[in-house]
Structures are given as structure tokens and as C-alpha cells.
Design a protein around this ligand. Structure first.
Ligand code: 13P
Ligand code: SF4
Length: 331
């Protein structure tokens, strides 16, 4: 298959799709014909989540990738998620519908600078959040997600010096609940660091019975007022199982799609960002994944995710260590 220069320049395929095409049906049919599986993160557009074989948080997406026997994995999410899949399944074709779907948090940790940081602190175990590039994972001892960070850190000896990167807010939160004193890389997610404590408290006044759900990438003061802190999957589970009928949700607003679907009788209020002039609580990278790009990506089997083999060989070890610990702990 010839990859057009124009596509390479764009990072996605912009071929027009015949008018009247039922995108959902056409995508499902291609999956069957090509033995492809579509995985989607909760932050993608609702229609993308609805066409996927599996929707999950970053831990579940990695676990699924490690188990699939499909020949093609289409990762509807951001680039590091595609990389994780490719590292776990080097013989499979891994596609991400738009290569511009990066992650501000992963980008806040350039591999060369992180290497210097690690080298400046010898004797530390390096724990990295999954929201990192493959090159950073290659410098890591064990990868974590927001769904297992606490348990994995707690599985390390209490006196073990630890470097944690790249999310400073998540690192501070894990330090606070485990009593550890991990050395933190100062990275952040441009969506989660913007939630406004003041506006959430104002919303609480309007909805006194609402429970506040917070992703641990949010800043400390927002995390402190949460009724539940957790990964996207943990927040979703809580919102379904808890007796409350109203929730203020301080994470990327794509998760509301699944919450509303799972509990249509409940009310979910997206937490507002501090700056009303910005496009707010949406991850602009996740929202780059559209049905059109997904259709074209499956049709032409591009853009593929490639990871340098030397980097992949190193990066697979801390990812597998995470999967092994998680399996042992039943996570
Ligand atoms: P989860 O691991 O909770 O799915 O979060 C991923 C992410 O990118 C949060 O911004
Ligand atoms: Fe990355 Fe933030 Fe988007 Fe999550 S919400 S993928 S951390 S930029």
C-alpha cells in the first residue's frame, strides 16, 4: 500500500468518504474482514466509543492489548497508548487514526532531560506513569497507571528511594496516601491542571447532594475535596454503584458519555476549568480521533505505530512488570 506524501504530512488520511456511507456499519465490517479490534479510551468522542470492541482506562487497554489475538489493533486514543500496544504486541499492526493525537503530559517529559534527572539521582527505582513516550519507559523500572499506581508503589520496599514521573499531581497524591517521599518530575496534563476549585465549590452549593469525582492528575486542592479519587474506570464504577444521583466530574468530559449510558437516571455535571476562554475540560488530542479518520485508517491500514526495536526491548520490561503486579493483585 502506498502511503501518500500528503497523508504523511498531515499525520492522518483525509480521503473523502462516499456520501451516505454508514460509517459505523462499514467500520464494523472492515474489523471482521481484517481481523481487527478497535480499542477506545473513555475520553474519545461518544460515537468512537460506541463503535469500539472495547472501551477502557489506560490499564485495561494495555491488559486487553496484551491478550488480543486480532491481527490489527486500532487504538482510538493518544500516541503513547498506541506505542504501549505496539511494545506489547510487536508482531501485530497497531494503528492510531491520527498521529497528531499526542499527550501534553507525555510531552512534559522529554526523554533526554528525564535521563539526566535519573542519572543525577542514582540508586532510585524509577516509576513512570503510562502517559510517557516509549523512550521514557525504556528508562523506567516499573510503569503504573492511575488505576494501579498506589498498589504498585506500596509493593516496593518502604525505604526504597523512588523517582516518579512525569505527573507531579499524581505523584503528590500517591505520596500523600502512601506516606512515601518520592522524588517528582514536574510534569502536568493541560486538561486536569485547569479544573477550578472555586467553580467546583460553587457548583457544590447549587447541587449540595452531588458527589465530586476527581482524577488524580488534578491539582491537590481539587483532589482534597473529592468524594472519590480514581482512574477513569474507577470513577465510572463509583458513579454507577454509589447511591448518589448527582455527580460533579473533574476529569476529561468524554467519560460522561459512558457514565450517562450506564446510569441514565443520574445527573453528571462536568467540572469547569478556571479559564472560561479555553476549550476547557476536553482533551483536544483525544478529540482528534473522528469516525472519518477511523474509517480511513482501517481501510488503508495507516497510520501505523512503530517503535524502535532497541527502545521497545527496554520499554517492554517495566510494562510487563506492571501487568504482572496488577495480575497478582487482581487489578
Ligand atoms: P486513565 O488511566 O484513568 O484512563 O487516564 C488516562 C489519562 O490520560 C488521564 O488523563
Ligand atoms: Fe494526556 Fe491530559 Fe489528554 Fe490524558 S487528558 S491524554 S493526560 S493530555
Amino acid at each position: 500500500m502506498i502511503v501518500k506524501k500528503e497523508w504523511k504530512k498531515l499525520g492522518f488520511i483525509n480521503e473523502p468518504i462516499a456520501e451516505g456511507t454508514d460509517l459505523k456499519a462499514a467500520i464494523r465490517q472492515m474489523c471482521q474482514e481484517k481481523n481487527a479490534v478497535i480499542m477506545a479510551h473513555y475520553y474519545t468522542e461518544g460515537e468512537v466509543q460506541d463503535v469500539a470492541d472495547f472501551v477502557g482506562d489506560s490499564l485495561a487497554l494495555a491488559q486487553k492489548a496484551a491478550q488480543t489475538d486480532a491481527e490489527i489493533i486500532v487504538m482510538c486514543g493518544v500516541h503513547f497508548m498506541g506505542e504501549t500496544n505496539k511494545i506489547l504486541c510487536p508482531d501485530k499492526k497497531v494503528l492510531v487514526p491520527d498521529l497528531n493525537a499526542t499527550c501534553s503530559l507525555a510531552e512534559s517529559c522529554p526523554p533526554a532531560a528525564f535521563r539526566q534527572f535519573v542519572e543525577a539521582h542514582p540508586g532510585h527505582t524509577v516509576v513512570s506513569y503510562v502517559n510517557t513516550t516509549a523512550a521514557v519507559k525504556a528508562l523506567t523500572d516499573v510503569v503504573v497507571t492511575s488505576g494501579n499506581a498506589r498498589q504498585i508503589v506500596e509493593s516496593l520496599p518502604e525505604d526504597e528511594p523512588i523517582i516518579f514521573g512525569p505527573d507531579e499531581n499524581l505523584g503528590n497524591y500517591i505520596n500523600s496516601i502512601t506516606g512515601r517521599n518520592m522524588l517528582l518530575w514536574k510534569g502536568a496534563c493541560h486538561v486536569h491542571e485547569k479544573f477550578s476549585l472555586k467553580k467546583i465549590l460553587a457548583l457544590k452549593k447549587e447541587h449540595p447532594n452531588a458527589k465530586v469525582l476527581v482524577h488524580p492528575e488534578c491539582k491537590g486542592p481539587v483532589v482534597k475535596i473529592a468524594d472519590k479519587v480514581g482512574s477513569t474506570a474507577a470513577l465510572l464504577k463509583f458513579s454507577i454503584q454509589d447511591e448518589a444521583t448527582e455527580f460533579i466530574v473533574a476529569t476529561e468530559s468524554g467519560i460522561l458519555h459512558e457514565m450517562q449510558k450506564a446510569a441514565p437516571q443520574k445527573t453528571f455535571i462536568p467540572a469547569p476549568p478556571d479559564d472560561s476562554t479555553c476549550a476547557c475540560n476536553e482533551c483536544n488530542y483525544m478529540k482528534l480521533i473522528t469516525m472519518q479518520k477511523l474509517y480511513n485508517c482501517l481501510k488503508y491500514e495507516w497510520p501505523t505505530i512503530e517503535v524502535d526495536s532497541e527502545v521497545a526491548e527496554k520499554a517492554v520490561k517495566p510494562i510487563n512488570r506492571m501487568l504482572e503486579i496488577s495480575a497478582k493483585l487482581g487489578l
